[in-house]
Each structure stands twice: as structure tokens, then as C-alpha cells.
Design a protein around this ligand. Structure first.
Ligand code: PLP
Ligand code: COI
Length: 338
């Protein structure tokens, strides 16, 4: 694609040529269908529209220097969508069907995969919705699974540059025993008001605390949170956060670099003890945090005082993107070649 400015890609929707779809009817999944329409024909009483039976995923494909296309961690995303579907009583998409749909969507839109070396990638968005009509609150009998792709740049516009984050006490994105650990649209709807507040005050995103006691760190906008101190990578364990696949990768990389890894409750006061902090996710990749402001306590936690990402964040980030882009081998089996 000659008319894209690959170096300055936004994280947004750009039309590509095809998307793939599959319908669940009469208790079984049908064949994959390929379409170039960006629209879906949906019953007005579909459960996705009324009762939030909706799940999505996010993963990426990268073009290597060797010209090969790599899809990152499709199996893990397939399993997570399976868990989410069960969590809100939707028909789960079999892992193999999920992967086939993802690989087909990538292959059909190959010309939209950004070239190597521009910091851009092809974002893959699988979506599962209740399409069957119901008026009573109950699961649909019919579902639509689809996958579209779109080329993207960094989620936070400056890429690997430290961001400022605001602690959010006035809103929760999920309830203590709610759907926070699933990737359902309702969690994101619940985050919009606090995100607007943070943006209006000049912050890139919000830092959520545990919704039960507001004592522990939960996650950071659309990404998991981590802190680093004493050669240890520390990340919250919580029932109300999304189990980030990027976080799991980074934990593995941290271990292999000789860091200790702790997955546990992280009290908010611990913020003053970290040497580096950051957030991680498919869209956010690994984004260092420069400053965390807690407007309710007037506390400010500062990192990256020279404005640059810290050394551990930098090593982890470089290793992760090297594997994703194929600049370094993938000893973990995280990559599928298309
Ligand atoms: N937390 C939330 C709320 C998210 O939306 C995401 C993005 O998917 C993540 C964490 C990071 O998860 P992953 O690394 O699997 O993309
Ligand atoms: C992702 O990182 O894939 C996400 O889903 C984050 C966001 C754009 C919702």
C-alpha cells in the first residue's frame, strides 16, 4: 500500500478489503464466510444490543525483515475468548475455528500489513455477539463471530514514551465479582466516563483500584499494570482485571532476564517504592509511566525523571518487540507464520 504514512499510523479504524464471519445456529458453528461489507445485518432484539452479550479480542500481526508474516499468540487469545464466552453464557468459538478465522482475515488483507521497521502492525479484532432475538433476559440461541483487521500505529501516540496516569477512585470499570476478567464490551462502556475525566485533565489514561476496597492497584486503562523494584517485576493479581497475554509474555521474558516475578496484590502506597512502572497490553505494548497522580489524596508518584523510559522497561520492551517482529528468534512458540 503506497499511500499510507506507515511511520505515523494512528491507532484507529482503517478500512481493509475483507472480513470473515461465521454463524452459530441450531447448536453448531457453520462455515467461514468471507465478505467485503463493513456492515452486519442484525435483528433489533439481538441479545448483544440489549443485554450486552458481546465479547471481543485484540491481537496483532507483524511483517518481519525476512518478509514473513507473524501472528502473535493467537492460541492464547482464542482461549481467552472461549473463557469470556462461557463467562457471559455465549456459544464459545472453538479454538481452531478462531485461529482459522484470524489467519484467513490476515492472509486476505496481506497488503495492509505494515512493512517492517515502522513501529506499525496489523491489529486483529475478533468479535463475538449474541445475534439471536430475545426479550427476556436469557442467552441468545444464535451467535455471530467475525474477525476484521486494520493497520495501526502505537496506542499512545508517542509510542515508547512515558505517559502520565490518573488514579481513579470515583468510578470502577468492573465489580468485585463481576465481568472484569472477561473481555466484554460492558467493561469498556463503564470506563468511558473516567477516561474522559482523565483526558480532560491531560492524562493519557486512568489507573483503577480494586473495586471492593480501593486499596490495591487493579489495572491501567486498557492494559495491565506493573512495577519494578529490587530486580523484581511485580504485577497485580486481581479477579477484576483482564488476564493480559502481553503481561504473561513479559513475565516470561523478565524471568529469562534474571528478574524475580511476583503476581500479587499491590497496595497503592507501594507506588512510592517502585523504581519503574508501566502498563502492558496488545495495543499499549509496553508503555512506561512517568507520573501517577492521585487527585483524591494529592499524592504524586514520579518515575523516569529524565523523561526517558527506565532501563528494565527498555530491555523488556526491546525483547518483546524483537520477538514479535521476528528480529529475534521465538523460543516460546508465541508466533504463528502465515
Ligand atoms: N486490560 C484491559 C482492560 C484490556 O483491554 C487489555 C487489552 O486487551 C489488556 C488488559 C491487555 O491484554 P492483552 O495483553 O491480552 O492485550
Ligand atoms: C487491546 O490491547 O487489544 C485492546 O483491546 C485494548 C483496547 C483498544 C480496547
Amino acid at each position: 500500500m503506497e499511500n499510507f504514512d506507515w511511520k505515523n499510523m494512528p491507532f484507529g479504524y482503517i478500512k481493509t478489503d475483507y472480513n470473515v464471519r461465521c454463524y452459530y445456529r441450531d447448536g453448531e458453528w457453520g462455515e467461514l464466510e468471507i465478505t467485503s461489507s463493513e456492515y452486519i445485518n442484525l435483528h433489533m432484539a439481538a441479545t448483544s444490543l440489549h443485554y450486552g452479550q458481546e465479547a471481543f479480542e485484540g491481537l496483532k500481526a507483524f511483517r518481519g525483515k525476512d518478509g514473513k508474516v507473524r501472528v502473535f499468540r493467537s492460541e492464547a487469545n482464542a482461549k481467552r475468548m472461549h473463557d469470556t464466552a462461557e463467562g457471559i453464557r455465549m456459544a464459545p468459538v472453538p479454538v481452531e475455528l478462531f485461529k482459522k478465522a484470524v489467519f484467513t482475515a490476515v492472509k486476505l488483507n496481506e497488503k495492509f500489513i505494515p512493512p517492517h521497521g515502522f513501529g506499525a502492525s496489523l491489529y486483529i479484532r475478533p468479535l463475538l455477539i449474541g445475534s439471536g432475538a430475545e426479550v427476556g433476559v436469557r442467552p441468545a440461541k444464535e451467535y455471530l463471530f467475525m474477525v476484521f483487521v486494520t493497520p495501526v500505529g502505537p496506542y499512545f501516540k508517542d509510542g515508547f514514551k512515558p505517559i502520565d496516569v490518573m488514579v481513579c477512585r470515583g468510578y470502577d470499570r468492573a465489580a468485585p465479582l463481576g465481568t472484569g476478567r472477561f473481555k466484554v464490551g460492558g467493561n469498556y462502556a463503564a470506563s468511558l466516563a473516567s477516561l474522559e475525566l482523565a483526558h480532560n485533565k491531560g492524562f493519557s489514561t486512568t489507573l483503577y483500584l480494586d473495586p471492593k476496597e480501593k486499596k490495591y492497584i487493579d489495572e491501567a486503562g486498557p492494559a495491565n499494570f506493573f512495577g519494578i523494584k529490587n530486580n523484581t517485576y511485580i504485577t497485580p493479581e486481581s479477579n477484576s482485571i483482564l488476564p493480559s497475554i502481553t503481561n504473561m509474555c513479559i513475565q516470561q521474558l523478565a524471568k529469562d532476564m534474571g528478574l524475580n516475578v511476583e503476581c500479587r496484590q499491590v497496595p497503592i502506597e507501594e507506588l512510592s517504592t517502585f523504581e519503574e512502572v508501566g502498563e502492558c497490553g496488545t495495543a499499549a505494548v509496553l508503555t512506561p509511566i512517568r507520573k501517577i497522580v492521585d487527585p483524591d489524596t494529592n499524592l504524586i508518584y514520579e518515575y523516569c525523571k529524565d523523561g526517558k523510559p527506565g532501563p528494565v522497561c527498555t530491555r523488556l520492551y526491546n525483547k518483546l518487540i524483537a520477538i514479535q517482529n521476528g528480529d529475534e528468534p521465538d523460543p516460546y512458540g508465541w508466533v504463528d507464520y502465515i
